[in-house]
Design a protein around this ligand. Structure first.
Ligand SMILES: *Cc1c(COP(=O)(O)O)cnc(C)c1O
Ligand code: SF4
Length: 359
């Protein structure tokens, strides 16, 4: 397994013996099921890596939500779907810059993460040992952004950008801010959930120093309320204290959060932590993740139930990123159910009907 090599490349102080990257380390923590054990016979391309923080959170129960997200199973090798259903490769304009939507672009800063999610939709890239972005690639992306003023939002993603060293982050932010000081920069990271200790004084000082011109926004991924630990909430709080707002993108996952009670709890806790639930993603059709997918019909039922229970601010948008690069589309039950005599007819959440004039 490549785990040790990945660990060695993480910023100093964030790798320890407790991190799980081998079968033996995993077996010290949990009793493997047959499907989990079988993965090691022919592992999928996405390495096993579970941070200290998540390893401490994981319980030795088959349906533990942390375990289901981070411990691989042999079903990952049933690859009947594409590895790049969003056609990101076709939309790459420099090696690592994806420009698929007119006003926003995404930069793949590194293929590494503090822990690898088994549902990762960017498996074609994540954990492939491509490594952190080089200075030359940063400059090429900056050049493209300078020549394309229509892009006003940049997503820094990967992998996880905070696995980059502080020096690399400083270089990246400096270059981006000097080429386009108007750019809104989204910091897309799962590290507040998987490695909250990364957000120490030194890193926060670098972020504060570059939070000018266009703002930074924090985009997190919490999928289950158990991930919202005090440490994680404190890490997000450090961004909030700088005036950087936080938004969460969850993935709807079978056996993890495909339940209205769990998602209600998650969304309410997120809102209390001043993190706005933004998206609830339907799993992409990425090869090796079929066993974690929830049928869209079930997702729509959950969405309707959440809509009844949650405030508008606590409610995420249930969204699908369509295959063959079709882009993101919001999924919701259609409440416009008909037309009559110059009126539109709508269904209410509790099944009633109301008319609203067309003009
Ligand atoms: C999702 C995504 C975005 C951002 O989309 P929003 O709907 O604005 O959050 C930008 N670029 C790529 C390639 C994406 O996949
Ligand atoms: S943190 Fe993001 S990029 Fe990394 S494995 Fe999870 S979903 Fe994939």
């Amino acid at each position: 397994m490549a785990g040790a090599a990945y660990g060695a490349a993480l910023p100093a102080g964030h790798t320890t013996k407790k991190m799980i990257s081998s079968r033996s380390a995993l077996e010290e923590r949990i009793h493997l099921t047959a499907d989990e054990a079988k993965w090691f016979d022919s592992p999928s391309s996405l390495p096993l890596l579970i941070s200290d923080h998540l390893a401490d959170l994981m319980q030795d129960e088959e349906d533990d939500p942390i375990r289901r997200q981070f411990v691989p199973q042999c079903m990952e090798c049933d690859i009947d779907d594409s590895l790049d259903p969003l056609a990101e490769v076709d939309h790459s304009v420099t090696g690592r810059l994806i420009h698929r939507y007119g006003h926003r672009a995404a930069l793949l800063t590194t293929d590494r993460c503090f822990s690898y999610c088994r549902h990762c939709f960017r498996r074609r890239f994540t954990g492939t040992d491509t490594g952190p972005i080089g200075d030359e690639e940063i400059d090429r992306a900056a050049e493209y952004l300078a020549g394309h003023r229509e892009i006003y939002e940049l997503l820094l993603t990967g992998g996880d950008l905070f696995t980059l060293s502080n020096a690399k982050l400083d270089r990246l932010f400096s270059t981006l801010r000097s080429c386009r000081e108007d750019l809104v920069i989204r910091l897309c990271t799962r590290a507040v959930a998987s490695c909250p200790s990364r957000f120490d004084d030194e890193l926060m000082e670098i972020i504060a120093r570059h939070d000018h011109g266009g703002p930074f926004l924090l985009l997190t991924q919490f999928n289950h309320p158990r991930e919202l630990t005090d440490e994680s909430i404190r890490a997000v709080g450090r961004f909030l204290a700088l005036g950087i707002p936080a938004f969460n993108q969850s993935v709807l996952l079978r056996g993890v959060n495909d339940d209205a009670d769990i998602l209600e709890d998650l969304c309410v806790r997120l809102l209390y932590s001043r993190i706005k639930p933004y998206y609830l993603f339907q799993c992409d059709l990425v090869g090796g993740t079929a066993h974690l997918r929830v049928p869209v019909a079930r997702g729509l039922e959950i969405e309707q139930e959440l809509r009844r229970r949650l405030s508008g601010l606590a409610m995420p948008q249930y969204t699908i990123d369509l295959p063959e690069g079709g882009g993101k589309v919001i999924l919701t039950k259609d409440h416009l159910v008909g037309e009559e005599d110059g009126y539109y007819v709508f269904s209410t959440l509790d099944g009633g009907k109301r008319r609203y004039p067309k003009v």
